[in-house]
Design a protein around this ligand. Structure first.
Ligand code: SF4
Length: 249
């Protein structure tokens, strides 16, 4: 799954760019999902006092609300990017916001001061308000979402690669750098996606109380070998099957 971020400060055109890119990528036949990061502390999908709100309050856990034309799932906490991605299946995921995660990024800005603050090696294009009257920022293309959306989508297709495992920085470093440096290296053509030494969250996933736990490759391999050694003798298991284990105390 290929994931990129449209990031920047408020009121710089992020939502317009995200929506136009989603539409353009869909037009080209890709399945596209999106994540909108919201910073408002009072944000809730639920109306206080509604029946589904009462369910969510009572369970303190996940609640599914099913309507005639929509069904949605409510978690009573903030999910990590990895947790959200584990629920999505698509060719591209557009993440609006989350400017600190290790993803290839399009920065929306209104002026050069904002760009100076936000642009680093993980950025492959500039858009938003700045693109209304500029076409270049240093070595980066500046493309607007009104009449240059095709070029911007071409750039997404050219630059964005399958998402890295996104570990906490202290948990890995197997490649000799961190994930943000790897994103920069891949965009600059100095590294390849295959240089990431671990895709552990694709291989083995541990959740404690519903939260993804990152584990270093050595522990990942040891756990996987031990579990497979037990499970392979059980009736119904076939090589390559996925295994889910839950421990309740
Ligand atoms: S090996 Fe992969 S997951 Fe680990 S720091 Fe490097 S890029 Fe990130």
């Amino acid at each position: 799954m290929k994931v990129f971020s449209v990031a920047g400060y408020h009121h710089t055109g992020k939502t317009t760019v995200s929506v136009e890119l989603i539409k353009e990528l869909r037009k080209r036949g890709f399945k596209v999902t999106s994540i909108k990061d919201i910073h408002n502390e009072n944000f809730t999908m639920e109306k206080k006092g509604s029946n589904s709100w009462k369910h969510a309050q009572a369970s303190g856990s996940t609640v599914i609300a099913r309507g005639i034309s929509e069904t949605y799932q409510i978690w009573n906490r903030q999910l990590s990017l990895n947790e959200m991605l584990s629920h999505l299946k698509s060719d591209y995921v557009v993440v609006e916001g989350m400017k600190n995660v290790a993803l290839p990024r399009i920065i929306c800005a209104k002026d050069e001061k904002q760009l100076e603050e936000l642009v680093d090696g993980t950025v492959f294009a500039i858009s938003g308000k700045y693109a209304d009257d500029h076409d270049k920022y240093k070595d980066l293309k500046v493309l607007n979402s009104k009449d240059q959306i095709k070029e911007l989508a071409d750039l997404v297709i050219e630059k964005v690669f399958p998402v890295l495992p996104l570990p906490k920085l202290e948990c890995c470093g197997e490649c000799g750098m961190n994930c943000r440096e790897m994103v920069s290296g891949i965009l600059a053509g100095c590294n390849m996606r295959e240089d990431c030494k671990t895709d552990r969250n694709l291989d083995i996933q541990i959740e404690i109380n519903g939260k993804d736990i990152n584990i270093v490759p050595y522990v990942q391999n040891t756990l996987k070998d031990i579990i497979k050694a037990y499970v392979k003798n059980l009736k119904g298991y076939h090589e390559g099957d996925s295994i889910d284990i839950k421990i309740r105390e």
